[in-house]
Design a protein around this ligand. Structure first.
Ligand SMILES: [Zn+2]
Length: 368
């Protein structure tokens, strides 16, 4: 494989990514299905869809489910990871009891618009809660919401907001801050990491896709590709199996204990408790099948800068946006670079890691 091939796995638009995924899946002999969004559209007015590529028999008891684009713009990297796997020979020689299902652009609206959330500003990775029960409370987020989400994004408003956030962190501590912003919140529909009040379209389609394409699974390997946390260009694993149980130990065997048990992505702090993760949703949907897997991030920016870009991403939707088109374009491009950096070295490195990690998952599944 030449370096230019690796860069070719990345796309500059949702439509281009989708075309590359469909072509690579067809070449690899996959069965393609498409789930078109009924009303949301891309920035160019184009249609949006989740594309699914399946390999291996429908009644397979072992399966590997790989997702891209849960967080919209992070999907340009997840898509490249999936296309890289499709471009290997691995899917042509699967064991007879194994199925591989690739879901491309789980949140196609966010993917097409280079934003984290869905068409309703919902963080899909906080949306898999039980909506028939009382929704989780996050009072700490409510205390910092106004400072995280200022109406204006000027040097003066940012400095004032930062003063408030620094004071909050000074009195409550870094761990409480991490918990407040990461666990998800269900009260402020225009806020950050909003988990929604009902299942999103992408949530309901994920349920339908698992029911249709994984009807017989008993042992499921799972990867949800993300970007943002961790050292630049390096994979950071978030295994949400219970630490120490058989599924956690299995992930350590597949990918290395040092990777599964690393705290690199939180600068050494403890992992916050998350609500409503896709990981938990998939786990419930395939039960009583066993599942081993991880959310896998590729680091882009230092944590504080990545968080700043998420605030800009949210502000571009709900803030007092400036009239200056150059300023808007520069803010948008900063957000995009935080999701999927343009640096060729970063992209090549990520593809190499992604191929290795997915092949390790396949090997682990075969030995399970
Ligand atoms: Zn993410």
């Amino acid at each position: 494989m030449t370096p230019s091939d690796e860069l070719d796995y990345f796309a500059a638009s949702y439509a281009e990514a989708r075309g590359k995924f469909q072509l690579a899946a067809a070449k690899a002999g996959g069965q393609l299905s498409t789930y078109v969004h009924p009303d949301a559209a891309g920035p160019d007015g184009g249609s949006l869809a989740i594309d699914v590529a399946c390999f291996g028999p429908l009644d397979a008891v072992k399966a590997f489910l790989i997702l891209s684009g849960t967080h919209g713009g992070e999907g340009y990297t997840g898509s490249a990871a999936q296309i890289a796997l499709l471009s290997t020979s691995a899917l042509a020689c699967l064991p007879g009891d194994t199925r591989v299902v690739l879901m491309h652009a789980v949140n196609p609206y966010g993917f097409a618009h280079w934003t984290r959330t869905t068409e309703n500003n919902v963080d899909l990775n906080r949306n898999f809660v039980d909506f028939s029960a009382r929704l989780p409370r996050n009072d700490a987020y409510l205390q910092v919401h106004d400072a995280i989400c200022p109406r204006d994004w000027t040097d003066a408003s940012r400095a004032a907001a930062q003063g408030e956030l620094d004071a909050w962190i000074g009195s409550r501590g870094q761990q409480a801050w991490l918990q407040a912003i990461m666990m998800g919140q269900y009260d402020e529909p225009t806020g950050l990491n909003y988990g929604g009040r009902t299942p999103e379209w992408s949530h309901r389609k994920l349920e339908a896709i698992i029911a249709r394409h994984l009807p017989a699974v008993q042992k499921l390997a799972f990867i949800d590709w993300h970007t943002g946390l961790g050292q630049p260009g390096q994979p950071f694993f978030l295994c949400f199996n219970p630490q120490g149980d058989a599924s956690w130990e299995r992930a350590c065997t597949w990918w290395g204990r040092d990777r599964i048990e690393s705290r690199e992505g939180y600068a050494g702090a403890e992992r916050p408790r998350y609500n409503g993760l896709v990981f938990y949703g998939v786990q419930r949907l395939v039960a009583p099948a066993e599942m081993t897997g991880a959310v896998i991030e590729f680091g882009t920016l230092p944590v504080s800068e990545a968080f700043e870009q998420l605030r800009v991403d949210r502000w571009l939707k709900f803030g007092n946006t400036p009239d200056d088109p150059r300023l808007l374009a520069s803010l948008r491009s900063g957000v995009g670079d935080a999701f999927t950096p343009p640096d060729p070295g970063w992209r090549r490195g990520v593809v190499g890691h992604a191929i290795e990690i997915q092949l390790q998952g396949l090997a682990g599944l075969a030995a399970w």
